[in-house]
Design a protein around this ligand. Structure first.
Ligand code: HPA
Length: 282
């Protein structure tokens, strides 16, 4: 059982949010990765706040990541949608989402729903497939918890992706006629794509998909005692597994083609999951 970090922070961004959205309450933080931006069409009357107005929130530098916080409801659930994240490959730092996640936790979020675009390592999971993460491989072995103190930093990563949320997501997908694969996500630091030899290695290590995000935020969320659900939109086969030329433009165009279906399912999942307080031991 994790001794989760207690929410005692008082970030300037919390004060800004109290001023801009005094009545906002949120339970679910949602991080939108490439291809998942269509979720914003499912958000009812959002309060939209640019990251630039929130101290400690990152500057979005990657095409396809807009850098806004949306506070609202999806399917009756109170959500805070982080439209854009900062990746490790942008600056070398892997803790850029620490302040946003802690601010949202202070606002009431106890569940984190993450989304990303990923390359597939499995022939039965071609582009446009969806995968729910049941584990990850932190290939760079980097942690956003460096400089944390106290015993809470020694966070267990067993069941880092909440089994109950995962099975609810699979059930909701099945009810919508969508096959949701389950698999292990390998975090590659990027920004370069992998070599074919690296892809073969990752497959042998037990990874099902590879991408450049998600893992640092999962570690931060587990440290904070939040439950995590994470979904990958498969945009390509891993390098060397097909003849397609990998590029960011290719990732975005493939993601765009699946965006409506993926986002519709995500909205249904957010609306349908059962929330409960994460059990904490102090
Ligand atoms: N590798 C790493 N990250 C990715 C990929 C990939 O093949 N596709 C989308 N994001």
């Amino acid at each position: 059982m994790n001794a989760a970090a207690t929410v005692t922070h008082n970030y300037p961004a919390q004060r800004t949010l109290r001023l801009l959205a005094p009545r906002a309450r949120t339970r679910i933080a949602v991080v939108l990765g490439s291809g998942w931006g269509g979720l914003t069409t499912h958000v009812q009357n959002p309060i939209r706040i640019p990251y630039a107005d929130l101290e400690g929130f990152p500057h979005a530098t990657v095409a396809g990541h807009c850098g806004e916080l949306w506070l609202s409801h999806i399917g009756g659930q109170e959500v805070a949608v982080l439209s854009g994240r900062q990746h490790g490959y942008e600056t070398g730092a892997v803790d850029a989402m620490k302040t946003p996640l802690r601010v949202l936790q202070a606002l009431g979020c106890d569940t984190l729903v993450q989304t990303n675009a990923a390359g597939s390592l499995r022939t039965d999971m071609p582009p446009h497939s969806l995968m729910v993460l049941d584990d990850h491989i932190n290939l760079p072995q980097r942690s956003p918890l460096i400089n944390e103190t106290g015993s809470a930093r020694f966070v267990s990563m067993v069941d880092a992706y909440d089994p109950a949320l995962r099975s609810q997501a699979i059930g909701i997908a099945a009810a919508h006629g969508v096959a949701l694969h389950t698999g292990v996500y390998a975090w590659a630091f990027g920004p370069q794509f992998e070599t074919p030899a690296e892809i073969r290695m990752l497959a042998r290590l037990g990874a099902d998909a590879v991408g450049m995000s998600t893992v640092p935020e999962t570690i931060l969320a587990r440290h904070a005692g939040m439950r995590v659900l994470a979904l990958s939109l498969i945009t390509n086969m891993g390098a060397g597994l097909s003849t397609e030329q990998l590029s960011h433009a290719h990732t975005l165009s493939q993601a765009q083609a699946s965006s409506e279906a993926a986002s519709g399912l995500l909205a249904a999942i957010i609306g349908g999951i059962t929330l409960c307080k994460t059990e904490t031991n102090t």
